[in-house]
Design a protein around this ligand. Structure first.
Ligand SMILES: [Zn+2]
Length: 148
């Protein structure tokens, strides 16, 4: 049950409570007990729904925190051909570049690792890349007014 269901259950409980107050004197014992049972049921539904909502909010908060950390940690990059190369503190690009699959699907900067047999691979998603494509061109120079 979600927040909408929780609010509906609370509304139902309030309606029952209102009926109990209005007809307190005229209710037969059986009717009264039935209404009390309905009230308890509606309130326990509301309690469960609110607990679920609290859990959902906590999960969302954790996800927001995780994404904030990721966005802060992102390093500046330079795009060469179809790959983004991280820029080291000395201003020079780091090769190999970041895995484009991990960047696009998860927003992660995972540097591709040097592999064997002319292939490089992503340590995270295990994507395989042509070693020549995932290396900076020979004699590559950073553009003069690169600001990232
Ligand atoms: Zn990857």
């Amino acid at each position: 049950m979600d927040i909408v269901g929780g609010l509906a259950a609370v509304g139902q409980a309030l309606e029952i409570a209102k009926q109990l107050r209005e007809f307190e004197k005229s209710f037969a014992d059986a009717e009264f007990k039935l209404k009390i049972a309905e009230l308890y049921s509606a309130l326990s539904d509301a309690k469960m729904a609110l607990a679920d909502a609290r859990e959902a909010i906590q999960e969302r908060d954790a996800e927001i925190k995780r994404l904030k950390v990721l966005s802060v940690r992102k390093v500046k990059t330079i795009r060469v051909r179809q790959y983004n190369y991280g820029i080291n503190p000395d201003g020079k690009p780091a090769s190999p570049p970041f895995c484009p699959t991990c960047e696009q699907t998860r927003g992660l900067q995972i540097q591709i690792s040097h592999g064997t047999g002319g292939h490089n691979l992503c340590p995270s998603c295990k994507g395989i890349y042509n070693a020549r494509d995932t290396a900076l061109p020979v004699g590559f120079q950073m553009p003069d007014n690169e600001t990232g």
